[in-house]
Design a protein around this ligand. Sequence first.
Ligand SMILES: [Fe+2]
Length: 314
Amino acid sequence: MEQTLIQKNTSRFDTIPELPADTFTAPLAKPDHVGLDWLEPKQRVYTAEEHHIWDDLFARQMDILPGRAATAFIEGLKRLDLGKGGVPDFGEMSEELSAITGWEVVPVPMLIPDHVFFWHLANRRFPAGNFIRTRETFDYIQEPDVFHDVFGHVPLLTDPVFADYMEAYGRAGWKALKYNRLKALSALYWYTVEFGLINEADGIKSYGAGILSGPTEAVFAVEAKSPNRIHLDVDRVVRTDYVISDLQPTYFVIDSFEELFAMTVDRDFNDLYESLDPGFTYANSAVLPQDKVYHKGTQEYALRGGAASLAEPV
Ligand SMILES: [Fe+2]
């Protein structure tokens, strides 16, 4: 039965395309209760304490985000009423979201394999972690939980252009897998979907979910002296290393989601992939002569040792 999900025609995504035999995929152990699509049969039932954790996380972010988060993100939060109390119900949220942009949110048990993640995105389904962090891991968890995935990612899926970008990213993921350029495409995801900044009339704001779902980076990304803020250039970003478990040394800024779409979806990545060197070319703190720099960071935070040294996020 599960085999019917697999098909050979990779230009269509109604079933999971077949991966070339030599494609490397991270060895994630699929729990027995999920199928090849890795979807939970239904969203988990949260305890009262888990709903409180959502409410407390929500309240903490809303003290910080006005004036620092992209307008489209704040509008999306309101349109989907994600602050009405407790962990949102995926079914209700998906009904509202699909009426706006055709996206839905589906529960997954944990991080899922890249090719399955891409397949869901290509079908306008956003896979969201089913679990929520505990009080002990309130400030930071490595694995994306329902707060990061829903609060951080879902509001922008109400924006029609960003919604199209995310679908296109899913399709592009399959091409990157075939070219063995997943790392380059991951850098683009990292510096846009997770840690992107956008120019607005009254200043630079955040739209990346990795920034918006945590209190420290929500301030650091747009106000601190340490990080670089540089206009996004795709050829540059796909060659740039990034930090996974600390504040970013560099953020990339777009003028609009239309600009992001034009720079990525509207160009041919074949030539780009073929021109890349192995690995990353630029350090995550580099400022290059051709960069359009909004702010050249002091890198004080990173130079003082970052989170491991309890450095101030200045
Ligand atoms: Fe994320």
